[in-house]
Ligand binder design. Sequence first.
Ligand SMILES: Nc1ncnc2c1ncn2[C@@H]1O[C@H](COP(=O)(O)OP(=O)(O)O)[C@@H](O)[C@H]1O
Ligand SMILES: [Mg+2]
Length: 245
Amino acid sequence: MSAILTLSRVSLSLNGQHILRDVSFDVAEGEVIGVIGPNGSGKTTLFNVLSGFLKPTSGTVRFRDQDITNLAPARRAQCGIGRVFQNFGIFREMTLEENVLVALEALPREQRRALGNLNDLVRGTLNMVGLLDRAREKAGSLSGGQMRLLEIARTLRSGKSLFLLDEPTAGVSPKMTSQVADLIRELKAEGKTVLIVEHDLPFISRICDRVIVLDVGEIVLRGTPKEVKGERKLQEIYFGADPTD
Ligand SMILES: Nc1ncnc2c1ncn2[C@@H]1O[C@H](COP(=O)(O)OP(=O)(O)O)[C@@H](O)[C@H]1O
Ligand SMILES: [Mg+2]
């Protein structure tokens, strides 16, 4: 299996504080990787390093055959790295279909062509998250959860090959959470690669091939969801000392 993403000893200090320390891992194309860890353990910072919003103090990030450590966010997006922001890019005054369309039209022409007919794609995207019947309504009329789902679906349909999802289901209903899980499974079936931060461990276990556990900026555990769940260390970092001791 060829690695689509390789982190080698990535460290990041901000204001003299170590936020990430010697983070190294490989992600194979088509894998779904869960990144978990307590609040403040560096998960969002790691995603910022991967999407280019923060530069590591040391270490390298490779995407396919390219060293992208110093590449700006827009350039990484062009390389095929997609990040889902929390309702960041939804235009409330535009209709749902227009919202999907602007995202697709922002793609380089070659990528856009590869996606086929844009109208079909827009309708398919909305259908995927159960919002097709509201295609002509303004996005501002959606609930917070629906807006999140639209944002996720739109990014996931953008022709990228690696997706970074930071707590995509935070604050959304259980029904929508399972829709997000379905979307991710569908992406995996298409050979896409996904890194996802989530607090919901059962959710992570259902969709992820492997899990990376961060604590105070370091990887302290890694393995399949099953392997990681059985580790006492996981209890320790989430709940302090092992209560069975
Ligand atoms: N811009 C920043 N400047 C200084 N410290 C930061 C900054 N962003 C995050 N941190 C610190 O980095 C650590 C990791 O934060 P974060 O990556 O948001 O954790 P997580 O997403 O796992 O909850 C925290 O201690 C946080 O206070
Ligand atoms: Mg975070």
